[in-house]
Write a protein that binds this ligand. Structure first.
Ligand code: GTP
Ligand code: MG
Length: 354
């Protein structure tokens, strides 16, 4: 039997950039407090969430996949925008114990702002600050791969705790479906405290899992489907970037809806954690694993893609500034006896209507 206590107010969700905003919508449906911030008002306009949840970063009009641009916007006027954003988050989520910062790693805005906010909120509050992100799919541009690599480089340098959830955008063409699946799994985990006399995963244990530094995955399966083998399969084959096969894991929490899942076999498959938590009599079987390594293998592949395309990237960046249109065309002077008068263009409008 599930407890009826409403704990949703304990968890706040801040979406940054487009992916972050879309994710905020998916968790808003589940009745958690949310906010969606963006450098582009147009991204916010299209977002179907309450107006008061939207926050436009002043003076911004998108970052066009340039992380630097988003950072510069926050840095303007002695970091005025950065301070305003941080204060807004602190104020809106003052009653929350955990804040989830959500944004893609491959874009400009979310990718640049999520690590920066995490660092500040960790220094300025005593809340647990988690990150929800996604990696670019195989069709993404070099720029996205570069952003992604930089994002994880920054994230890795941030000290302190807070779980990181990494959705693999290769797992579904429909990105919004990935968002919804994630929101469904996370919601199940955040509400997995039962009242069974056999044992529960309580609120402190849920926080323990979330507070752990490193990668975290959460899964949910109906009681009719959940068995040891299916639960283990879904650890590797799901919406997430695959876990490293290095046996690094800090916590495993399993909440059972039947008697068909054996925790010891999950441990054999994943690695020996520091702590395990087990609960019973839930409507669905929920598994959370935290404190795993960053996806170094995946990031190495991404780095390799960038390396392989280094020359093309360099050429593309320099080609348009090279002068190739040299050489005289003076022969025209022989043909046109009288050169037409060129009027001085006056306004920006003139430049549009050439
Ligand atoms: N899973 C998932 N991925 C998304 C979603 N929206 C965008 N993406 C991915 O995110 C990357 C692009 O990042 P965006 O979130 O659009 O970028 P942004 O943070 O708005 O940054 P700029 O637009 O560059 O200022 C691409 O890899 C997209 O496939 C979403 O709702 N869910
Ligand atoms: Mg955007």
């Amino acid at each position: 039997m599930d407890t009826t206590m409403n704990v949703k107010g304990w968890y706040g969700f801040v979406g940054l950039g487009q992916m972050g905003g879309n994710m905020a919508k998916s968790v808003h449906v589940k009745e958690y407090p949310i906010m969606a911030a963006n450098t582009a008002q147009s991204d916010l306009n299209g977002l179907d969430i309450p107006e008061e949840s939207k926050y436009h970063i002043l003076g911004g009009y998108g970052s066009s996949k340039e992380r630097k641009k988003a950072k510069q916007l926050l840095a303007e006027n002695n970091c005025e925008n950065f301070d305003l954003l941080i204060n807004e988050i602190k104020e809106r989520f003052k009653d929350c114990r955990v804040i989830f910062l959500m944004g893609s790693s491959g874009g400009g805005s979310g990718s640049a702002i999520v690590p920066a906010i995490k660092m500040r909120l960790q220094a300025e509050t005593d809340k647990i600050i988690c990150v929800v992100t996604c990696t670019p799919d195989d069709n993404a541009s070099m720029k996205e791969y570069m952003n992604c690599y930089e994002f994880f480089q920054e994230l890795e340098t941030i000290e302190g705790g807070g779980a990181t959830f990494i959705i693999d955008n290769n797992k579904n063409k429909e990105k919004l479906v990935l968002n919804e699946q994630f929101a469904c799994y996370l919601d199940a985990f955040l509400n997995c405290e039962t009242t069974s006399t056999r044992g529960v995963v309580d609120r402190a244990e849920i926080e323990n899992v979330l507070s752990q530094r490193g990668v975290c995955i959460v899964n949910k399966q109906g009681s009719d489907k959940a068995a040891t083998q299916t639960v283990i399969e879904r650890i590797r084959d799901n919406i997430y970037v695959p876990l490293e096969n290095d046996g690094v894991v800090a916590n495993i929490a399993l909440v059972n809806s039947n008697n068909n899942v054996r925790l010891n076999e999950i441990i054999e498959s994943v690695g020996k954690p520091l702590a395990t938590f087990e609960g019973w009599e839930s409507d669905a079987t929920v598994l959370a694993i935290s404190g795993c390594s960053l996806p170094y293998k995946k990031l190495e592949e991404i780095k390799q893609k960038i390396e392989d395309n280094k020359d093309t990237i360099k050429r593309n960046l320099t080609a348009t500034s090279e002068r190739k249109l040299t050489g005289s065309i003076d022969f025209l002077g022989d043909i046109t006896a009288e050169k037409p008068k060129t009027e001085k263009r006056k306004s920006t409008r003139d430049l549009l209507f050439l």
